[in-house]
Design a protein around this ligand. Structure first.
Ligand code: PLP
Length: 261
């Protein structure tokens, strides 16, 4: 028996709700074998990130080489990348080993307010990583950081998707989960020619830790299995909505999404 292989390049969340832990669970729940390259270790629970330690690029490179030399990686997804140096390392290795399709979740700040990407690294993310992306999946806050524009409406979100598309990714999925203007949770895909929308019920819960990681990893798993982009997003959206609907009341902060329900 065999399975398609996906790779997550991301930070560890000791609380198990976000980061590499969410990625691995989401990928496995969506039908692929998940491999992982850890970029940073965070001390974290449902309430806060209390410390983060970036791994040396030497070991990040060695992890990517080890996975890429042994497995036929069918999709790669990035999460917390912390610094310009880590972003450049990952970009070089993704090209060297041809680790496409390549899903860039431009993780910047945790829900609890901790910086997962240094300010100095935002330009590098824009200039070095986004041009390699098959798809990038910013939430509204990340869209605002990437474009410098405030997003107050669906029209603003569409304009911003075009602006981010100009930075070089093949497609942009602006996630509307944080946009309270819309009754439903609506995401907007722009692929350079047209907009496509993906909607789901907005679920009122505080247990939303790790939703972004879960969603992007499900998209990666679907692309690894050969789904086209539209279907990969549609299926991942259904999955993340169910993972939030079944989210777990654990810890005293934002509880985690539930991957196996
Ligand atoms: N910790 C790590 C290592 C992450 O990669 C992320 C998001 O990508 C988070 C925390 C943030 O999770 P949330 O904003 O859902 O709490």
């Amino acid at each position: 028996m065999t399975k398609p292989v996906a790779l997550s390049i991301a930070g560890s969340d000791s609380g198990g709700g976000a980061g590499i832990q969410a990625d691995l669970k989401s990928m496995e729940a969506n039908g692929v074998f998940a491999t992982s390259v850890i970029t940073a270790v965070t001390a974290q629970n449902t309430e806060a990130v209390t410390m983060a330690y970036d791994l040396p690029t030497r070991i990040i490179k060695a992890q990517i080489d080890a996975v890429a030399k042994d497995f036929d990686v069918s999709a790669t997804k990035t999460g917390m990348l912390s610094t310009s140096e880590i972003i450049r390392t990952v970009a070089e290795k993704v090209e060297e080993h041809d680790l496409f399709p390549f899903i860039v979740d431009p993780v910047m700040i945790s829900k609890s307010g901790f910086k997962l990407l240094q300010d100095e690294a935002i330009d590098t993310l824009r200039e070095v990583l986004l041009p390699l992306a098959t798809i990038t999946t910013p939430n509204i806050h990340e869209v605002e950081y990437l474009t410098g524009e405030e997003i107050l409406s669906v029209d603003d979100a569409k304009e911003a998707a075009k602006t981010i598309f100009e930075m070089g990714p093949s497609s942009v999925l602006v996630k509307g989960g944080h946009m309270n203007e819309t009754a439903e949770a609506m995401d907007i895909l722009y692929d350079g020619t047209a907009f496509h929308t993906f909607t789901a019920d907005r679920i009122r819960t505080d247990n939303t830790h790790g939703t972004g990681c879960t969603y992007a990893s499900a998209i990666a798993a679907n692309l690894a299995q050969g789904w086209d982009l539209g279907n990969a997003i549609e299926r991942a959206k259904r999955y993340v909505t169910a993972a939030i609907r079944n989210s777990l009341d654990l810890g005293s902060g934002h509880g985690p999404t539930n991957h196996f329900f």
